[in-house]
Design a protein around this ligand. Structure first.
Ligand SMILES: Cc1cc2nc3c(=O)[nH]c(=O)nc-3n(C[C@H](O)[C@H](O)[C@H](O)COP(=O)(O)OP(=O)(O)OC[C@H]3O[C@@H](n4cnc5c(N)ncnc54)[C@H](O)[C@@H]3O)c2cc1C
Length: 459
C-alpha cells in the first residue's frame, strides 16, 4: 500500500506524523537521516551528559493552545524557570533581553547622552519609505549612532556578512529593536521567565515519537532521502532512500511531506535544471564540563561584539535542575556562529576548546583558566536561514517549482526557509495535517504558508 511519507523527524515532521497517524495509523512512515529524532530541537546524550543542540527554551508568549498541546496532548512536563540572561558589552555584563536602558548603563554619561539625543533626533528625520536592507532598517529605527555602537557588529557576527547585504527580513524576523513594549518592560524591572521540559528540549520530540509509535508508525532512522520520483502529471509516486551502508530502497508514496532544507529538496528533484541555492548560517556547538563552579549565576550569556568569538554560553543546569544533576562542576553549551568555508569551522576541537577557555576567563565567566574534565563538539550546518539581499527571488524560484508537484508539501524551519520557533513547528504540523486529511487543498496550503512567512522568532 502507498504510504504518506514524512521526511525529517524534527518537531514539524513528528507533529504531522502524530496527527496524520491518529487518523491513518500505520500508513504513515517517517524517514530521518540522523540516528536521533528531534532535529534542531533534539536532546542528546554522550559520556553521561545530556544536552540540547544549542540553547533552547519555550517562550511564555507562545499561543496557549501550544502549551495545552504540549502538556495535555503529549504529556510533556514543563518547568517554569526564571529568565536570568546576561549580555556582555564593553567588558561588562548587563541584563538580557536587553533594551536601551540596559545599554545606557554600560556607557559613560557623555556617550549615553549622545546616543539618546541621536535616537530622539532620528525620530524627526526623514527616511526613505522603501527600506531594503537590515542596515537601512536599523538606521531608520534607532539612528546611525546607536546602530554603529550596538547593532552593526552583532549582525555581522551572527550572520557572517556585512549588514548592508542582509535583507530587511533579517531584522523583522528577530525582535531586536526598541519599541513601547520593551520600554514598558524595562521600567517595570521584571526579569521574566521561560518554560523548559524537565528532561531537556528533546522531551517534546520523545513524547511525539511515543505517540506515533503507539499508532504503529515506522520511523526509519539513519536513512536519507535521495530522490523523488514523479509521474507524467507531476505527481509524487515514490522515493529513493539511502542508508549509511549505501543500500538504496525505493518506497511508493501517495503523499510526501518534506521538512528538509527546501533547496536540497529542489536539487534532488530538479538536478537537471539547477537554480541558485539559498544562503544559510551554520553553528558550532562546543560542550564543556568544568571542574570549578562559575562566578556568575545566569542561565545564558550573550556576546554580541566582534571582539569575542563566543556567541552564546548556556549553563545547562539552570535550564532544568534534573539535567546532569549528578555531575560535579558545571556543564556549559557554547554556541559560535560560523559556517562551512570559515576559519572557525575548520578549527579542530583542541583549538576550539583552548579559544573558549581563554574567552571564558577574558569575559569574566570564569575567574581563572578552568579545569576542563570533558568536552565534545558538534557542527550544525544550515542552522539559520540567512536572509541575504535577493533571498526572496531565489526562494520564489525554488518554491514555485516545488509547488507544481502534486502530493508534495514542504514545511518547517528549513523546509520553508523560515527563522521560526518550536511553537511554529507544532502549529504547522497540526494545521497542515488537517489540510491533508481534508483532501489536499493546495490553495489552502499556500494560504497557510503565506501566514507562516509572518512568523517572528524569539531568542
Ligand atoms: C541554536 C538554536 C536555538 C534555538 N532556540 C530555540 C528556542 O529557544 N525556542 C524555540 O522555540 N525555538 C528555538 N529554535 C528553533 C527550533 O529549534 C526550530 O524551530 C525547530 O526545531 C524546527 O523544527 P523542524 O522540524 O521544522 O526542523 P528541523 O529540526 O530542521 O527538522 C528537520 C529534520 O529533517 C532531517 N533531514 C534533513 N535532511 C534529510 C534527508 N535528506 N533525509 C531525511 N531526513 C533529513 C533532519 O535531520 C531533521 O531531523 C532554535 C534553533 C536553533 C538552531
Amino acid at each position: 500500500m502507498k504510504k504518506i511519507i514524512i521526511i525529517g523527524a524534527g518537531i514539524t515532521g513528528l507533529t504531522i506524523a502524530k496527527e496524520l497517524s491518529d487518523k491513518y495509523g500505520e500508513s504513515v512512515l517517517v524517514i530521518e537521516k540522523e540516528a536521533y529524532i528531534g532535529g534542531l530541537a533534539a536532546t542528546l546524550s554522550q559520556d553521561g551528559f545530556t544536552f540540547d543542540l544549542g540553547s533552547h527554551r519555550l517562550h511564555p508568549d507562545y499561543p496557549q493552545k501550544i502549551f495545552t498541546y504540549l502538556k495535555e496532548t503529549l504529556g510533556v512536563e514543563l518547568l517554569k524557570m526564571p529568565r536570568n540572561g546576561a549580555l556582555h558589552i564593553q567588558g561588562k555584563f548587563i541584563r538580557y533581553p536587553a533594551n536601551i536602558f540596559n545599554f545606557l548603563k554600560v556607557m559613560s554619561l557623555k556617550k549615553s547622552f549622545i546616543l539618546f539625543t541621536s535616537y530622539v533626533l532620528n525620530l524627526f528625520k526623514h527616511h526613505p519609505k522603501d527600506v531594503k536592507t537590515y542596515e537601512d532598517a536599523m538606521l531608520k529605527t534607532v539612528g546611525k549612532k546607536i546602530y554603529l555602537s550596538l547593532y552593526k557588529d552583532f549582525a555581522k557576527k551572527l550572520w557572517g556578512i556585512d549588514p548592508s547585504l542582509i535583507a530587511v527580513e533579517g531584522m523583522k524576523r528577530r525582535n531586536v529593536t526598541i519599541n513601547l513594549k520593551s520600554i514598558k518592560k524595562a521600567l517595570s524591572g521584571k526579569t521574566g521567565f521561560f518554560f523548559y521540559p524537565k528532561h531537556g528540549i528533546g522531551e517534546i520530540a520523545q513524547k511525539l515519537e511515543q505517540a506515533v509509535l503507539r499508532n504503529h508508525v515506522t520511523i526509519i532512522k539513519e536513512a536519507q532521502l535521495k530522490k523523488v520520483f514523479l509521474d507524467n502529471e507531476q505527481k509524487v509516486t515514490k522515493i529513493l532512500l539511502k542508508d549509511p551502508s549505501g543500500k538504496e530502497t525505493e518506497i511508493e508514496a501517495s503523499t510526501l511531506v518534506s521538512t528538509i532544507p527546501l533547496d536540497s529538496l529542489h536539487q534532488m528533484i530538479y538536478a537537471h535544471d539547477p537554480v541558485e541555492e539559498l544562503d544559510w548560517r551554520g553553528l558550532l556547538l562546543i560542550y564543556l564540563h568544568l571542574k570549578e563552579p562559575l562566578d556568575l549565576a545566569n542561565d545564558t550569556f550573550y556576546f554580541p561584539e566582534l571582539t569575542t568569538t563566543l556567541g552564546r554560553v548556556s549553563n545547562n543546569n539552570k535550564f532544568s535542575p534534573f539535567l546532569n544533576s549528578s555531575i560535579e562542576g558545571v556543564f556549559l553549551t557554547i554556541e559560535i556562529p560560523s559556517g562551512p568555508g570559515e576559519k572557525l569551522w575548520a578549527m579542530d576541537e583542541t583549538q576550539l576548546i583552548d579559544m573558549c577557555s581563554r574567552e571564558l576567563v577574558k569575559t569574566g565567566i570564569c575567574k581563572s583558566p578552568p579545569t576542563i574534565l570533558n568536552h565534545f563538539s558538534i557542527k550544525l550546518d544550515k542552522a539559520y536561514p540567512l536572509y541575504s539581499v535577493g533571498w526572496e527571488e531565489k526562494l520564489g524560484r525554488i518554491y514555485n517549482n516545488l509547488k507544481k508537484i502534486k502530493g508534495l508539501y514542504t514545511l518547517g524551519r528549513r523546509g520553508l526557509f523560515l527563522h521560526s520557533n518550536i511553537d511554529h513547528a507544532i502549529l504547522q504540523g497540526i494545521e497542515i495535517s488537517s489540510i491533508i486529511i481534508e483532501g489536499h487543498q493546495d490553495d489552502l496550503f499556500d494560504k497557510k504558508v503565506k501566514e507562516y512567512r509572518e512568523f517572528t522568532a524569539r531568542d
